[in-house]
Design a protein around this ligand. Structure first.
Ligand code: AMP
Ligand code: MG
Length: 343
């Protein structure tokens, strides 16, 4: 397949005419699009054949449902059975933005999109290019992260090209994503509501709107064998570079001593800004220690850099679990396949 590359902005920074991307989507094709979280691989969410192509292009397990992206609230008609009052309050506060809400679905949502579940995940992104493409297409768009399944999510068009060139109809380049981690996912399809995946809309912020919200255990820990995942995506190996990754929860001195003493092949430290001057190993800096947003913005690109460097063993500094730091921690423990050393 020939993949068309489309620049979203002209020289003056204005969004170009994106009707070609919308046309491909209306005809059941696949287009990688920028959003404020990560790049999404979009297809018509109400066309089961189009949604099925996403799974083939990504190598995504069939039971892992897709998030459906809308550009206005009217698009919810025909997607969800009802939009209850708490959902409305969340939408008022956090939409457009990086929050995904799971609700019971209508029959119009095909099983390919919902992964065979009776619910559907919906989100209204804030990225102007994503919004323009959804509005021009005139249909809700299913769009999981535009990476090969299992590899780090894409935060630049170059990441999408690396993973999906020849596998999708077009890739729209809108520059770097703002947050760099995927959306916060909560379910309102059960009571009390539950945080399934942390993101840039934080657990603390959600508690302000939904005081009874609970955190799913899979946010911070490995699911026990035989337990059904509330969110099927949480049970798969994820975000992993080729190297073995170990998360080290300690102060900098203990980290440095541990990493230096446990080298195994080409060993790299994934650390915070400034620490690369102290750690006596090759280092990749993923953000400022006190600023989890900078960590979120760079983490996935850093995981890809580790592959480019040929890293075989990676020791990662542990982020805090406060605010957006929880999203960074959630992604890193999956990249580390839950191997955490506490010193
Ligand atoms: P991705 O779009 O690749 O970042 O993945 C979407 C995440 O949302 C995955 O972890 C899915 O399992 C989860 N998800 C999407 N729809 C649902 C749903 N209806 N119920 C539970 N989890 C969902
Ligand atoms: Mg993904």
């Amino acid at each position: 397949m020939n993949t068309k590359l489309i620049s979203a902005y002209d020289d003056r920074g204005e969004i170009v005419d994106l009707s070609e991307a919308a046309q491909i989507l209306r005809e059941g094709g696949l287009v990688a699009i920028p959003t404020e979280t990560v790049y999404g691989l979009a297809a018509d969410a109400l066309n089961g054949d189009a949604a099925a192509k996403i799974f083939a292009a990504k190598g995504r397990p069939q039971d892992n449902p897709l998030i459906v992206h809308i550009s206005d609230l009217e698009m919810l008609d025909g997607l969800v059975k009802e939009f209850p009052e708490p959902a409305f309050r969340l939408a008022q506060k956090f939409w457009p933005g990086p929050l995904t809400i799971i609700l019971p679905k209508t029959d119009k949502v095909p099983p390919e999109t919902s992964g065979g579940l009776g619910t559907v995940a919906v989100r209204m992104p804030s990225h102007p290019v994503a919004r323009r493409i959804i509005a021009l297409t005139g249909k809700p768009l299913a769009a999981p992260s535009a990476n090969l399944s299992g590899s780090p999510s894409p935060t630049t068009a170059q990441h999408c090209v690396h993973d999906l060139l020849g596998r999708v109809d077009a890739i729209v380049d809108g520059g770097e994503c703002g947050f760099g981690v995927e959306s916060t996912v909560i379910t309102l399809a059960q009571s009390p509501p539950r945080l399934l995946r942390p993101g840039a809309v934080t657990f603390e912020q959600l508690k302000g709107i939904l005081p009874d919200i609970k955190m799913d255990p899979a946010v911070k820990e490995k699911l026990e064998q035989g337990v059904t995942a509330a969110s099927p995506g949480m049970k798969y190996r994820h975000y992993a570079p080729k190297a073995k990754v170990v998360l080290v929860d300690s102060d900098l001195d203990s980290f440095t001593a541990y990493a230096a003493a446990h080298q195994n092949g080409k060993t790299v430290a994934l650390c915070f800004e400034g620490e690369d001057k102290i750690i006596p190993l090759p280092c990749v800096v993923y953000g400022k220690r006190q600023d989890p947003l900078t960590q979120a913005q760079h983490l996935f690109d850093c995981l890809r850099q580790l592959d480019d460097m040929g890293a075989q063993m990676v020791y990662a500094r542990c982020p805090s679990q406060e605010g957006i730091g929880l999203a960074v921690y959630n992604r890193l423990i999956r990249a580390a396949e839950f191997e955490v050393v506490r010193l």
